[in-house]
Design a protein around this ligand. Structure first.
Ligand code: UFG
Length: 357
């Protein structure tokens, strides 16, 4: 049986998380109806309320663990889905080294349980959130999709293993339609400032850390290394606006509705930006100067990498439309309106006012 492309109802696992919540907004904008499965371990219930503020549509939430086979079977019995966006998973690079088994359990066994439930229900259109981390630190940029797997940590290996498992599945059964989206560095926020990224505790990633320094909740940013062989000595990454990534999910969903088989595809801009370029752009966006300390290189960091973004354009008709300045403006708007993330204050579209401190 082909995927039921006539059903506009789409299951979004991890839909209350950073990328998942933006994907829900893009789905609704494109006329789909997302149903969110989320354990709320990292996702936030307020994100779903904010999706309703932005779009006028409140996605249903099924609160359960992605490994819960009985709950998944129930869910697929209760709804007739046209496809699945699978974003649920663990993703903290530091934690994955200390606790690899949790990563294999949630990311591998979770996907296995999901795919089994899908197959049993006859829903075989799947868009999987993968990561550029599958390429490892030494790939030559721009990185094409046929670069070999060379992940350097358990998190990255779980992404590569899930991709491999899905490729084997598609090979065994041509009724499956799958796309694996390899995100580069998703940053920014929806332009409303109502949804965005708010990591628990101390942020690991550049953009949320920078935002917290600008708002005054952290004293300074440490630049991890200024002695790389890059134009200004700092690390270079392919930052891509989270709404572009969200729209990439919609494009991938349309692709899997049309085409069987499996497609591995990069979601990046095809351009790199250095840490110092990101800081300058953020200073312009916020009108604030960022205190910076120079620190040593961060272990495991690659000097520079960015996507070959041509396959996404050719196969999905997708390319990133938003630049670095827009990413910083939108990150800053989100940070200003939500200094403590979704917790503490709960502004809505009707009462969200910038409130710096
Ligand atoms: N950086 C700093 N100071 C900070 C944080 C980061 O200088 O406080 C630098 C890093 O050294 C790097 C750049 O900013 O040069 C980007 O670092 P991030 O931590 O924001 O992002 P990474 O590229 O390290 O990793 C991200 C995700 C991973 C994912 C990977 C895929 O965090 O989960 O992209 O490419 F696997």
């Amino acid at each position: 049986m082909d995927p039921d492309v006539h059903s506009r109802k789409i299951l979004v696992t991890g839909g209350a998380g950073f990328i998942g919540s933006h994907a829900c907004v893009a789905l609704i904008g494109a006329g789909y109806l997302p149903v969110v499965l989320d354990s709320l371990a990292n996702g936030n219930i307020h994100a779903l309320h904010r999706i309703a503020d932005i779009t006028g549509v409140a996605p249903d939430l099924v609160r359960c663990d992605i490994r819960d086979a009985a709950a998944l079977a129930e869910l697929f019995k209760a709804h007739r889905f046209g496809g699945v966006l699978h974003l649920a998973g663990l993703k903290a690079v530091g934690e994955t080294v200390a606790d690899p088994l949790s990563y294999y359990e949630v990311n591998m066994a979770g996907t296995l349980a999901l795919v089994r439930a899908m197959g049993n229900a006859g829903v075989r259109a799947l868009v999987f959130s993968s990561s550029a981390t599958v390429y490892g630190a030494n790939a030559r940029s721009p990185i094409p999709e046929d670069a070999p797997y060379a992940a350097v940590n358990p998190y990255g290996r779980t992404k590569a293993m899930v991709e491999t498992m899905l490729a084997d599945l598609v090979q065994s059964d041509d009724r499956w339609h799958v796309a694996c989206l390899r995100f580069f560095n998703p940053v920014g926020a929806h332009e409303s400032g109502l949804i965005g990224e708010h990591p628990h505790g101390r942020p690991n990633n550049l953009m949320p850390y920078l935002s917290q320094v600008a708002i005054g909740s952290r004293s300074h940013l440490v630049v991890h290394g200024t002695d790389y062989a890059t134009a200004d000595g700092t690390g270079v990454r392919d930052y891509v606006h989270v709404m572009d990534v969200a729209e990439g999910h919609v494009a991938a969903l349309r692709h899997v509705a049309r085409e069987p088989g499996i497609l591995m595809v990069n979601l990046g801009t095809g351009r790199g930006a250095s840490v110092l370029e990101v800081i300058s752009s953020f200073e312009r966006a916020s009108g604030r100067s960022i205190a910076v300390h120079v620190g040593p290189r961060r272990p495991g960091d690659a000097p520079a990498y960015w996507a070959d973004a041509s396959l996404a354009e050719a196969r999905l008709g997708w390319r990133a439309r938003r630049g670095l300045d827009e990413m910083c403006v939108d990150s800053w708007r989100w940070q200003m309106r939500n200094p403590w993330g979704f917790d503490g204050s709960a502004p809505t579209a009707r009462n969200a006012e910038p409130s710096a401190h």
